[in-house]
Design a protein. Structure first.
Length: 531
C-alpha cells in the first residue's frame, strides 16, 4: 500500500547493541509479553515522545495500541531480529537485579525458622516488582485472548508461555531468582497454601474491570525444578453464541434443532479437553432457556454465567460430586439439567435415569468421536437398554484455527497433494458428501478442481495466518437401527458406519467443507483429526 511504502522509506533504523543499557522505566513502558509477541521494544523517551524499535514498522495496529497505552507520541525505528533479541535480554537483566535485591534483603533479615517460611514468602509476594510481574502476565494474557498461562521452571530460568488459539507461545523468560516469589504471589491471590510445595493444589481468583470479567483457575504441581503453575482463563462476561456461529451447518444444524425440541432424553458432546464441549452445551442451554422451564446445572467449573439458569459448582472436598449434585438437582423439580461431565458409573446411571424419567439431560464425555460415546457408556456400566432409550444425539467436535480474514488468499492443490490426502482420507466419499450437501457442483471429480484458502500471515494475526478458532463437528442421531446396535453391544466402528449410511457427516469431512468455505485450512483439519 502506498501509505505503508511511504512509512518504510521514512523510518530510521537503529542497532540496539549500540544504544547501550535501556533505562528500566523506559523498557517497561512496553511489557515483555507484548515486546516478544509483536517484536517491538521501547528504547528512548523524552517528555512526550517514545522511541520504539520495531522489526516491522508497518505493524500499525501494535503502534496504535502502544500510543494508546503510553499516551505518548511514538516514533518507530526499524531494528533487526538480532537487535531485538539483544534488547529483550535487558528485561531479564533488569528483573534479575530487582529480585536479587529482594533476596538480599530477606537474607539480611536472618534465616527464618520453619514456622516463619510462610511469612517470608508472603512478604516476598507483596514486593512491588513481584506484584508488577504477575499483574503484567495476567493483563497481557487477557489482551492477547489467551486461554491458558503456563509458568514453567527450568534449571536456570523460568519460562512463561501463553496458549493462544490452541497453540503455545513463549512470552517471557524470567530469572531463576524470581521463582519462589512469583509462585508465592500466585498462591496468595488464589488462596492456596503458600508453604506447600510437595503436593498439587487447585485454586481460583477473578480479575474484574469495566470491559471484562475474567475468572482464573489455578493449578500447581511439583516438578523437578520447582513448581509448575497453569492458569486457565475463563471469560465470565462472554455471551453464548448461536449454533451457526459455532460452526454447525446444513445437516448438523438440522439434527441438533430437531433433537433440542424433544421433551426428554440425553444430548451428549464428546471430544478431548479444550475442544469447546462446554461452549456447545451452553449454546444448546441458551436455546432451551425460556421462562416456562426450570434449568439446573452441576459444573466443574462454572465457565459462563447464564441468566435464568441455576448453576451449581462441584466441590469434591466437601463431598459435592457430580453424582451427589445430580441427585440433589432431581429434587429441585428441573425440566432440563446439564452435568459438566460424565466421569464414572454412578454419574452415568443418575444421568440416564433422569433422561428416562422425563428430563432433558445435557453432558460431556471424553471420547475421540461421536460413535465412541455409546460403547463408552457401556464400558462405564450403563445397561444397553437404558442407553438406547435415553440418548437422542451425540456431538463429536474439535477446534480448528480460523484463517485470518486480512491475509487470506486462494489456491488450488496439485495432484501430488491430493494423492497424499487419499492415503489418510476417503476423498471419493468426501466429494459425494460435498455434492449431497450442495457445496460443490455434481460434475466435480477431484479436489484439484476446487479452490481452497490459507493465510499468508500479517500484523493482525502475528504472521501465523490464523485468528481465533471454531469447531468442526459430527452429529450422530440415535435412530432405531442404531438403538438395535446398542442393544447388541456393537463396537464403535459398526455404529459409526451405520450412522454414515444414514447421512452423518464425519468430523474430518465437516472440516474439509469448512476449508472449502474459506474458514480453515487443510493443514489444520489434518492436525486436529490426529488428536
Amino acid at each position: 500500500m502506498p501509505a505503508n511504502s511511504e512509512q518504510l522509506t521514512q523510518t530510521q533504523s537503529v542497532d540496539l547493541m549500540n544504544v547501550g543499557l535501556i533505562p528500566k522505566e523506559v523498557l517497561l513502558l512496553v511489557p515483555e509479553p507484548i515486546a516478544r509477541r509483536h517484536k517491538v521494544i521501547a528504547f528512548g523517551k523524552d517528555s512526550n515522545s517514545l522511541s520504539l524499535g520495531m522489526v516491522d514498522p508497518n505493524d500499525l495496529e501494535t503502534l496504535e495500541a502502544i500510543k494508546k497505552k503510553t499516551d505518548l507520541i511514538v516514533t518507530p525505528f526499524l531494528i533487526s531480529p538480532d537487535s531485538l533479541e539483544h534488547g529483550l535480554k535487558q528485561y531479564h537483566n533488569s528483573l534479575e537485579a530487582e529480585f536479587a535485591k529482594i533476596v538480599s534483603k530477606q537474607e539480611k533479615a536472618g534465616l527464618p525458622d520453619s514456622a516463619s517460611i510462610s511469612d517470608k514468602l508472603k512478604e516476598m509476594a507483596a514486593e512491588i516488582p513481584v506484584v508488577r510481574v504477575v499483574d503484567t502476565l495476567l493483563e497481557y494474557a487477557i489482551f492477547e485472548k489467551a486461554s491458558d498461562i503456563h509458568i514453567e521452571p527450568q534449571e536456570n530460568e523460568v519460562i512463561v508461555r501463553y496458549r493462544i488459539d490452541g497453540m503455545l507461545h513463549d512470552v517471557m523468560t524470567l530469572p531463576k531468582v524470581i521463582q519462589p516469589a512469583l509462585i508465592a504471589r500466585i498462591k496468595v491471590i488464589s488462596s492456596l497454601k503458600i508453604d506447600e510445595h510437595r503436593l498439587p493444589q487447585d485454586g481460583r481468583f477473578k480479575v474484574e474491570k469495566d470491559d471484562y470479567n475474567i475468572s482464573f483457575r489455578v493449578s500447581t504441581i511439583p516438578v523437578f525444578d520447582g513448581e509448575k503453575v497453569v492458569l486457565r482463563l475463563l471469560d465470565e462476561s462472554a455471551k453464548a453464541m448461536t449454533l451457526e456461529e459455532l460452526g454447525f451447518i446444513h445437516r448438523n444444524y438440522e439434527v441438533i434443532i430437531r433433537n433440542v425440541k424433544k421433551p426428554h432424553g440425553a444430548i451428549l458432546v464428546t471430544g478431548p479437553t479444550g475442544s469447546g464441549k462446554s461452549t456447545t452445551l451452553y449454546t444448546i442451554l441458551s436455546l432451551l432457556n425460556t421462562k416456562g422451564v426450570n434449568i439446573a446445572t452441576i459444573e466443574d467449573p462454572i465457565e459462563y454465567r447464564i441468566e435464568g439458569i441455576n448453576q451449581t459448582q462441584v466441590n469434591p472436598k466437601i463431598g459435592l460430586t457430580f453424582a451427589m449434585g445430580l441427585r440433589a438437582l432431581l429434587r429441585q423439580d428441573p425440566n432440563i439439567m446439564m452435568i459438566g461431565e460424565i466421569r464414572d458409573s454412578e454419574t452415568a446411571e443418575e444421568a440416564v435415569h433422569a433422561a428416562l424419567t422425563g428430563h432433558v439431560v445435557l453432558s460431556t464425555l471424553h471420547t475421540n468421536n461421536a460413535a465412541g460415546a455409546l460403547p463408552r457408556l457401556l464400558d462405564i456400566g450403563v445397561e444397553p437398554y437404558l442407553i438406547a432409550s435415553t440418548v437422542n444425539v451425540v456431538v463429536g467436535q474439535r477446534l480448528t484455527r480460523q484463517i485470518c480474514e486480512d491475509c487470506r488468499i486462494d489456491y488450488r492443490i496439485d495432484g501430488e497433494m491430493e494423492a497424499s490426502l487419499k492415503k489418510d482420507f476417503d476423498i471419493p466419499a468426501l466429494l459425494t458428501i460435498m455434492k449431497r450437501e450442495k457445496f460443490i457442483e455434481p460434475q466435480i471429480r477431484s479436489l484439484a478442481e476446487l479452490t481452497f484458502h490459507k493465510g499468508q500471515g500479517c500484523d493482525r494475526c502475528g504472521h501465523s495466518g490464523y485468528r481465533m478458532r471454531k469447531g468442526i463437528f459430527e452429529v450422530l442421531e440415535v435412530s432405531t437401527t442404531i438403538q438395535d446396535l446398542i442393544l447388541k453391544r456393537a463396537p464403535t466402528s459398526q455404529i459409526e458406519q451405520k450412522a454414515v449410511d444414514e447421512g452423518m457427516v464425519l468430523m474430518w469431512q465437516d472440516g474439509f467443507i469448512k476449508c472449502l468455505q474459506g474458514k480453515t485450512t487443510i493443514e489444520e483439519v489434518i492436525r486436529v483429526s490426529r488428536e
